[in-house]
Design a protein around this ligand. Structure first.
Ligand code: FAD
Length: 512
């Protein structure tokens, strides 16, 4: 068996379905195929979570300008391209209107007006509309895709692109039984979602367990697939990490900041240091850890007190039982670097949704991802169809001997290793922020801070070397190989960031 398409779309989330619809409508007559591991609502777009998603929906130039400014401010220490942020904001409304016409529900108030709520990292404005029913959204997008002539093929997982140095459309998929299926396509749209599944603490896994599902088809392979055929990636380690208490995000309550107690490694609860208490109000305005933001000192403090079991016991004073917090990977802000038309740096390879970046940097405003999937999915689909009109169909790639059948399991130890090595923060970061004044105390905490940071850097360097060694082993299966490459891309980016963070922090805490 083999597959042949003019436009191959990998992934059936918001981004992939949107790209496929745009490719089929604009490419009239082109064969557009969507492959995804499972049938039905999957990915972060449609599986698990409480069933509703926020989507940025500014409705005036004033709001667009405010979002633009904030998006670029919080993009640091990552990088966002102002032109992509502008496109996102200027074309978002047209895409939302289409969604609405297609039957994707957007929550409305009593008079039929679009409901909007405040968004993470932009608490002063209610600019995020709400998609209240993700399963209904999936059904509506599928109806439109099928009507446009898109062929949606569940049961296929993209495992290799640009095989044997060929163009991206020279690809290999795994079928539902692990059989390797050669694929040839004139252009490829990568829409396989984000890297959270590379971590043991993965919110989408938690959410789908809660919904009674076992697997939402997340592979975490986007960065690896892009990199395997030479596409440049960016912002790779800037995932959103959230503190979870059981299956629920932990809420920082500013009015109870003075009551918050954290158990140290000795298990004895102690009040949050005064210097960190003042961050609780800002921290309460965004669910994910804020990369590079002052209130990250609070998260780093919690992380520095994590027990070997991976939990941080906290409580509000008077509570008998500790709340056990764990840090969970939620969604990525990094991915393949794209231009305004979803083109990666490799001709014939397009990317959109959570596996593309440039419209967000280190942090992103709540609701910006779902909007980005719509705006850049649409643009990538059109550009991929245009490319397909003039591109040659590559020859079918050969299946290397002895690899005709492949397991698609996710190596658990890789996920645990990612959880150990690629979380944000580093030892001592918060301790230095909260250190007691006075020469002796400062000197001690500076020394322990530097040695902790050095140790973490060395451990991460070792982890990077191990991942590279793993890639040299022929026994590593095809899908695992791109996952390991994804993990390596995250880890290398984290290492570069860690070196920069350590250097800056050492300079800041060292006595003049
Ligand atoms: C709990 C939770 C809440 C969130 N809330 C919000 C919110 O309110 N607002 C917001 O903007 N964002 C939110 N996000 C993030 C947002 O939902 C996702 O980033 C976005 O939906 C991603 O869309 P996507 O199409 O790029 O990827 P996904 O929806 O993840 O879809 C990826 C698709 O690719 C498939 N796939 C994976 N690997 C392969 C492969 N190798 N081959 C073929 N197919 C593959 C998957 O099965 C799936 O079909 C949230 C995320 C989570 C987990």
């Amino acid at each position: 068996m083999s597959l042949e398409a003019d436009v191959l779309v990998a992934g059936a989330g918001f981004a992939g379905l949107r790209a496929a619809i745009a490719a089929a409508v604009s490419g009239r007559g082109l064969r557009v195929i969507v492959v995804a591991p499972h049938e039905g609502p999957g990915g972060s777009s449609f599986a698990g979570h409480a069933g509703s998603l926020g989507v940025l929906a500014p409705d005036s130039d004033e709001e667009r300008d405010a979002i633009f400014e904030r998006a670029l401010t919080i993009a640091h220490p990552g990088t966002a391209d102002p032109a992509l942020v502008r496109l996102l904001l200027e074309q978002g409304e047209a895409r939302l209107r289409e969604l609405s016409e297609w039957g994707v529900p957007l929550a409305t108030g009593r008079r039929g007006e679009r409901l909007r709520r405040v968004a993470c990292f932009l608490p002063e404005m209610a600019v995020a509309a709400v998609i209240p029913d993700c399963v209904a959204a999936h059904a509506a997008l599928m109806r439109v895709a099928l009507a446009a002539g898109v062929e949606v093929l569940p049961g296929f997982t993209l495992a290799a692109l640009g095989v044997e140095g060929g163009p991206p459309g020279s690809a290999l998929c795994l079928d539902a039984f692990g059989g390797v299926v050669p694929v040839r396509a004139r252009s490829v749209v990568l829409a396989v979602g984000g890297p959270a599944a590379l971590f043991a603490g993965d919110v989408s896994a938690l959410a789908r367990t809660g919904a009674g599902q076992t697997d939402a088809g997340q592979t975490g392979a986007g960065l690896g697939l892009a990199r395997s055929c030479g596409a440049r990636t960016g912002n790779a380690s800037f995932l959103q990490f959230l503190w979870y208490e059981g299956a629920q995000p932990f809420a920082f309550l500013p009015e109870r900041a003075h009551e918050l107690e954290v158990a140290g490694l000795d298990g004895v609860p102690a009040p949050l240091p005064r210097a960190l208490r003042e961050h609780v109000a800002a921290r309460a305005t965004h669910a994910p850890w804020g990369w590079g933001l002052p209130d990250a000192a609070l998260d780093a403090y919690l992380l520095s007190l994590m027990t070997p079991a991976g939990v941080v016991p906290v409580r509000y004073r008077g509570e008998r039982e500790p709340r056990l917090l764990s840090l969970m990977a939620h969604a990525g802000n990094g991915g393949a670097l794209i231009d305004g038309d979803g083109r990666t740096t490799v001709p014939g390879l397009f990317a959109c949704g959570e596996c593309a970046t440039g419209m967000h940097g280190a942090n992103r405003i709540g609701g910006a991802m779902v909007l980005a999937a719509q705006v850049f999915g649409h643009r990538a689909g059109i550009a991929a169809a245009l490319h397909a009109h003039s591109a040659l169909l590559p020859p079918p790639p050969g299946v290397p001997e002895g690899t005709e059948r492949q397991p698609s399991h996710h190596p658990l130890r890789l996920r645990e290793a990612m959880q150990r090595n690629c979380l944000p923060g580093f030892p001592g970061e918060a301790l230095s922020a909260a250190r007691p004044s006075g020469a002796g105390g400062a000197a001690t905490s500076v020394a322990s801070f530097i040695s902790g940071a050095e140790r973490q850097r060395r451990e991460l360097e070792l982890f990077v070397e191990r991942l590279k060694a793993l890639l040299l082993l022929p026994a590593v299966d095809m899908l695992d190989r791109v996952r390991v490459l994804s993990a390596l891309t995250v880890a290398e980016h984290r290492l570069r960031r860690l070196r920069a963070e350590c250097a800056a922090a050492v300079a800041a805490v060292s006595p003049a």
